[in-house]
Design a protein around this ligand. Structure first.
Ligand SMILES: Nc1nc2c(ncn2[C@@H]2O[C@H](COP(=O)(O)OP(=O)(O)OP(=O)(O)O)[C@@H](O)[C@H]2O)c(=O)[nH]1
Length: 391
């Protein structure tokens, strides 16, 4: 893969490559890992990254916390486009709700929404099974309420989960911060951070790391926090970041995000710092693209987003926002200065290289997977040739 700078030649190559690429993608798409999508017509041409993730890594994210802390609201707002005000009418969850997010989104994981009143330390509750398959445990604390009980519960939850699976990422959402003043927010975060870590030290679990986020469903903070949680579960993240860095440095782009379109979670970004306003602008742009496509797009399309999807928005500060489809779930959103955007051919060519490169990243993973499975099979056979117990 190479990013280049000759505009004319690049444009021609884009056109040629576009054709080749379609063929490649088509081949790629008809492989066995496309099983999930084979039912729908025409989807073979769409690059699909869902399965490479699911075959080996199907991280489970648990959403836990006390009653009315906001767990169901978070799930509904982030993954079901529910407007925050509608969550006021959500009924209390009475059973564990398990949802697979992979069908509508690139992000392939399950959310386990635990009702606050369930005592999962009850011996009849198989928490061992639950924690063993967990990638991240999000514990939601209502910051507008007295949080002492929540902290006790957090301590109990993380210690027992850690004992069963020390690889879990423990994420604490200090939630509903929209009701707090800026000073109060910082004070609450400091206090919760301090108390939670003191409790862990008392329990001799200094190694257990908790990450804290201030969140609210009434702004973009919940999407940003979820982005960070999900990013930690993507093994290819450093490669994606590296590719994004190469892409922007060769294209005169200021900032770039790789977005999951449905959830507005960003899967990766380049190594320059992320500021909230830039992220919010990207979310707004995705909303505009999807809303306009919903109204004026092709009728009957399942998601109003396809390989033709792109948008250009010129801001009043000489910056251009450029959105382009990467896969059926992913979009790249770039911030480019107006003068750099004059070389759009170069950006498009480099975008094309980037797209191919991430395709290769996941192809490598797919090649590795079958051989791992074979190794496992061989290891299951005992020296005298009889089948041993499964590993
Ligand atoms: N102000 C504010 N209210 C929120 C926020 N998130 C959720 N809520 C409200 O909190 C209340 C409880 O939310 P739920 O999502 O039902 O809480 P839950 O944790 O799923 O509750 P159980 O199902 O009882 O475990 C609802 O009235 C939501 O509107 C937030 O970020 N800010």
């Amino acid at each position: 893969m190479s990013f280049q700078g000759n505009k004319q030649q690049q444009q021609e190559e884009v056109d040629n490559d576009e054709d080749n690429d379609l063929m490649g993608v088509s081949d790629y798409g008809t492989d066995s890992f496309m099983e999930e999508d084979q039912g729908s017509e025409g989807e073979e041409e769409v690059l699909d990254f869902t399965d490479p993730f699911s075959t080996e890594v199907k991280p489970r994210i648990l959403l836990m916390g006390l009653r009315r802390s906001g767990k169901s609201s978070i799930q509904k707002v982030v993954f079901h486009k529910m407007s925050p005000n509608e969550t006021l009418f959500l009924e209390s969850t009475n059973k564990i709700c398990r949802e697979d997010v992979s069908s509508s989104s690139f992000v392939n994981f399950q959310i386990w929404d635990f009702p606050g009143q369930i005592d999962f330390f009850d011996s009849s509750f198989d928490y061992e099974m639950i924690f063993r398959g967990t990638g991240a445990l999000i514990f939601v604390i209502d910051s507008q309420d007295d949080y002492m009980e929540a902290l006790t519960r957090l301590q109990l939850t993380v210690t027992s989960a850690y004992k069963l699976n020390p690889d879990i990422n423990f994420e604490v959402f200090i939630h509903k911060v929209d009701g707090l003043s800026d000073d109060h927010k910082i004070e609450t975060q400091r206090d919760i951070h301090q108390k939670a870590n003191d409790d862990l030290v008392d329990a001799g679990l200094e190694k257990l790391h908790l990450s804290f986020y201030l969140t609210s469903i009434y702004d973009h903070s919940i999407f940003e926090a979820f982005s960070k949680v999900v990013q930690k579960l993507i093994p290819q993240l450093p490669t994606l970041e590296n590719l994004l860095n190469i892409f922007i440095s060769n294209s005169g782009i200021e900032k770039v995000f790789l977005f999951d379109v449905v959830s507005k979670i960003y899967i990766a970004t380049d190594s320059s710092p992320v500021d909230m306003q830039t992220y919010e602008l990207c979310c707004d742009m995705i909303d505009v693209v999807i809303d306009i496509s919903c109204i004026y797009g092709l009728e009957g399309a399942e998601i109003p987003y396809d390989k033709e999807s792109l948008a250009i928005i010129k801001l009043n500060n000489t910056t251009v926002m450029y959105l382009k489809e990467v896969t059926k779930f992913l979009a790249l959103v770039c911030f480019v200065r107006e003068e750099s955007f004059e070389r759009k051919g170069l950006i498009d060519y480099n975008f094309h290289c980037f797209r191919k490169a991430i395709q290769e990243v996941f192809e490598v993973r797919l090649k590795v997977l079958p051989s791992r499975k074979q190794i496992q099979k061989i290891r299951r056979v005992t020296p005298n040739g009889t089948k041993g117990a499964p590993l």
